[in-house]
Design a protein around this ligand. Structure first.
Ligand SMILES: [Zn+2]
Ligand SMILES: [Zn+2]
Length: 551
């Protein structure tokens, strides 16, 4: 049964109550347009997980026809899950801007089975699909080619901002198109879904241009090599670094897989300008004096095997940092990465490098609108109803308050989280029935097979270790010989092997005391006996694995 008769229904699959994995669906009469299909990256608690996807089981089970997917911009939290989505929904149409599609195509190379129809659209363009009309609006963000999308439905217009800010002097001159937004506001926005990332940051975010000025100053005063790290999608930051460096005679070198992959794509598509003569290979760096080198690398979040972390550990194949070198962290700290970044900073300083990393140094500005920009935006769009999106819960709450402060009636401002729906009917929005949402883990080749139960096991294995007991039993489950005890991650065997002998003896006595029994009883005895042994000996709780063999 369709949930969307006589109404437009918006379902939130990811990105509300968290930063990352953005995805929502707008449905009318059993047909759906999706906005973004993003992923998020695992924390330390996600032992061994590679990627985290939104759970779109609801779409599979209900089966609305997906008539189009809009990708607002090329960040992973907006398009990263698409290759996996295509496995469940092959052949769908994906609408986006040129650079976003270029980055998406480069990503799809790693998923050769993916079937998709990529359709390039430009800001200002309108596309009619069934009962929907999509209208694309230019916005400024920390990657070029960001777009908001107005989804016109028979029940009203829903405006999704994507990620945006109101930089009045962006590097490419592509300002957020306020006249276009004002015009949409005049026509009437029934529901606004709006970026909340910086809703609790007062004031305005300074222009990206201010970073360029700072980079020039830092580069000028640097005596040796300059290493700058930023996101491999931040084309304008990279452009400003290249411009500053080449103006003072430094050669530029890209280091790190995604940096080396993305920058030529951005240049090829016309978003990045540089002279081939100014770019050198990392292997040739040593042929230039240190004062003539700028290295632009990945690893701004302290990712363990990224270029910056290897340099910090003194393990990078080509770059050995030394006194006189300057490292510029031209990026934000994504929440959850603080410890890894801190480790990298310590390592870099230990190598003797001077590190410029703090916000007050002005080497980074955010790509998301702060509170005053959001108020300004709300006043231009004048939405009838608002759902704050793209934020942790505290950001959504702060944004809801801004929406009310700028005149949206409080009963038409909805703080939603993943798994919520809102229904737009006759010009009013109300909450719909929720659905089961969640996270799907990608681990190696498996998608969704590792869930919370497996993660709990991994957590325990990693924190307590494992103790395996091999018991030979006769046909009446009586012990034959002594048990054999093995362990991993529990004790340092070279010094404490005697504990394994003791454990074997205690376990042997306990099992022998059972006499004739059955498999379940023996297993329970092994758990009980070994758990008690390790608790009493060491205060530890290893995962106990009994292996019973009939002889
Ligand atoms: Zn985002
Ligand atoms: Zn973004």
């Amino acid at each position: 049964m369709s949930i969307s008769n006589d109404a437009a229904v918006v379902s939130f699959y990811g990105g509300l109550g968290e930063i990352g994995a953005n995805m929502c669906a707008i449905e009318v009469d059993g047909k759906a347009v999706l906005v973004d299909v993003g992923l998020t990256f695992p924390d330390a608690e996600h032992h061994g997980i590679d990627l985290i996807l939104p759970d779109w089981k609801d779409l599979i089970e209900r089966g609305p026809e997906i008539v189009g997917v809009v990708i607002t911009h090329g960040h992973e939290d907006h398009m990263g899950a698409l290759p996996f989505f295509l496995r469940d929904f092959p052949g769908i149409k994906v609408y986006s801007a040129k650079l976003t599609l270029g980055l998406l195509e480069a990503k799809l190379v790693e998923h050769p089975d993916a079937r998709v129809e990529l359709i390039e659209v430009e800001p200002g363009e309108k596309v009619a699909i069934d009962d929907f009309e999509l209208e694309f609006i230019q916005v400024t963000h920390s990657i070029p080619d960001g777009m908001a999308v107005a989804v016109h439905t028979p029940h009203g217009t829903i405006l999704h901002t994507g990620d945006f800010r109101l930089d009045q002097t962006p590097i490419d001159g592509r300002v957020t198109d306020l006249p276009h937004l004002a015009q949409l506001g005049d026509q009437g926005i029934s529901l606004l879904l709006c970026d909340s990332t910086n809703a609790d940051v007062p004031g305005h975010v300074p222009s990206e241009r201010t970073v360029g000025n700072t980079l020039r100053t830092v580069f000028e005063s640097a005596r040796g090599r300059v290493v700058m790290t930023t996101f491999a999608s931040h084309v304008h930051r990279v452009q400003q670094a290249i411009d500053a460096a080449t103006a003072m005679g430094r050669k530029v070198c890209f280091v790190g897989r995604s940096m080396v992959r993305n920058m030529p794509i951005a240049r090829e598509l016309g978003y990045l300008r540089y002279d081939d003569a100014d770019i050198i290979d990392i292997a040739d760096c040593d042929r230039y004096s240190p004062a003539r080198i700028l290295i632009i690398c990945t690893g701004s979040q302290g990712e363990p095997y990224a270029a910056l972390s290897l340099m910090a550990a003194g393990q990078h194949k080509h770059v050995k940092l030394t006194e006189g070198d300057t490292v510029v962290m031209a990026s934000s700290q994504i929440p959850g990465n603080e410890a890894a970044i801190s480790r990298a900073l310590n390592g870099l300083m230990r190598q003797g490098a001077e590190v410029v990393h703090r916000r007050e140094h002005g080497v980074h500005v955010s790509g998301h609108a702060a509170a005053e920009e959001l108020k300004f935006f709300h006043n231009i769009v004048r939405p009838a109803a608002v759902v704050p999106v793209h934020g942790e819960f505290r950001h959504l709450i702060a944004h809801a308050q801004l929406a009310v402060a700028t005149g949206t009636p409080a009963d038409q401002v909805f703080v939603c989280t993943d798994g919520d729906r809102v229904v737009l009917r006759d010009g009013r929005v109300e909450r719909g029935d929720g659905f089961n949402s969640g996270r799907v883990f990608v681990d190696g080749l498996g998608v969704g097979d590792v869930g919370n139960a497996v993660l709990r096991d991994r957590e325990r294995l990693s924190s307590e270790g494992v103790c395996v007991a091999v018991l030979r039993l006769d046909s009446r489950f009586r012990l034959d010989g002594e048990p054999e005890i093995m362990q991993q991650g529990l004790i340092y065997e070279a010094e404490n092997a005697h504990l394994l002998d003791q454990a074997a003896k205690v376990l042997g006595d306990d099992v022998r005391s059972l006499g004739s029994s059955n498999e379940d009883v023996v297993r329970r005895k092994v758990y009980e006996s070994l758990s008690r042994f390790w608790r009493e000996q060491l205060g530890r709780k290893p995962v106990v694995v009994p292996v019973l063999m009939e002889v």
